[in-house]
Design a protein around this ligand. Structure first.
Ligand code: SF4
Ligand code: SF4
Length: 214
C-alpha cells in the first residue's frame, strides 16, 4: 500500500496496478487477491482524504493480453487526464495533499495490522471485493487512533520494549524510565504486549488525518 501513496507523494496523478488473473498466480500466496483488496482500501482512503478513488486502478491479465493492456491503460490515462492534477481536480490545495499523504504513510503499518482480516480475504469476484472494504471501515480506522506512552513511574528500564520495537522508536538508559518517540512509532503494539510491568499505556489521541467531511 505504501508504494501507491509514495507514488502520489512523488507527483503521480494516477496509479495503475497490474496483476496475473485471479486464480492464476504461480505462488502459493496468491498475492493478487491481496493486491486487489489493497487497491480497494487505497481507493477508500483516497476518498476519505477528499481525493478521487478513480486515481487508482487494478486490472488482471495474462502475458498474451497486450491489446487488452493497451486499451485498459488508454482508458486509465483518459480518466486521470479528466481528473486533472492530484488535488487540483478535487479542490484540495497541494500543501494539504502532501501533508495528508505524509501522515498517511506513517500510518500504513498500523492500517495493515488493523484491517488485516479484510486485506487477506480471498474474494473471487472483483465487484464483490469492492464491497469488502467500505468508507466506514476507513473512517473507523482513523477515528479510533491512539498512541502508546510509557508510564515513567512503572517503567523499570529493562529495555525489552526497546529491543523489540521494529522502528527503534523507544529509547532510554538501562534501569531508567524509557520513552517512546511518537513521531517514529508505527502503532504496531509490540511494546504494549511485551512489557511485563504494565508500564505501557494506550491512550486516545486526536486523529492524525482530517475526519471525512459530511
Ligand atoms: S518493557 Fe516496560 S519496564 Fe521495560 S523498559 Fe519497556 S516500558 Fe519500561
Ligand atoms: S507500538 Fe511500541 S513497539 Fe510498536 S512501533 Fe510503537 S513504540 Fe515501537
Amino acid at each position: 500500500m505504501s508504494f501507491i501513496f509514495k507514488a502520489f507523494l512523488s507527483g503521480a496523478d494516477g496509479v495503475f496496478v497490474g496483476g496475473c488473473r485471479l486464480g492464476e498466480c504461480h505462488y502459493l500466496t496468491h498475492g493478487n487477491y491481496v493486491a486487489l483488496n489493497t487497491v480497494i482500501l487505497a481507493r477508500r482512503i483516497l476518498e476519505y482524504l477528499g481525493l478521487s478513488p478513480q486515481r487508482v486502478r487494478i486490472e488482471f491479465m495474462g502475458s498474451s493480453d497486450g491489446l487488452i493492456f493497451a486499451r485498459v491503460v488508454d482508458e486509465f490515462i483518459a480518466t486521470v487526464e479528466r481528473l486533472g492534477p492530484l488535488g487540483e481536480g478535487e479542490g484540495v490545495a497541494p500543501d494539504a495533499v502532501r501533508e495528508r499523504l505524509q501522515r498517511l504513510l506513517r500510518l500504513v503499518p498500523y492500517i495493515k495490522i488493523a484491517i488485516r482480516d479484510k486485506l487477506t480475504t480471498r474474494v473471487e469476484d472483483p465487484q464483490r471485493a469492492d464491497e469488502l472494504i467500505t468508507l466506514d471501515d476507513v473512517e473507523r480506522l482513523f477515528k479510533r487512533l491512539f498512541a502508546y506512552r510509557i508510564d515513567a513511574d512503572k517503567c523499570k528500564g529493562c529495555g525489552v520494549c526497546a529491543g523489540r520495537c521494529p522502528v527503534n522508536a523507544i529509547s532510554g538508559e538501562r534501569k531508567k524510565p524509557h520513552k517512546i518517540d511518537e513521531q517514529e512509532c508505527i502503532l504496531c503494539g509490540t511494546c504494549f504486549d511485551v512489557c511485563k510491568f504494565d508500564a505501557i499505556q494506550r491512550v486516545a489521541v486526536e486523529p492524525l488525518l482530517p475526519v471525512r467531511s459530511p
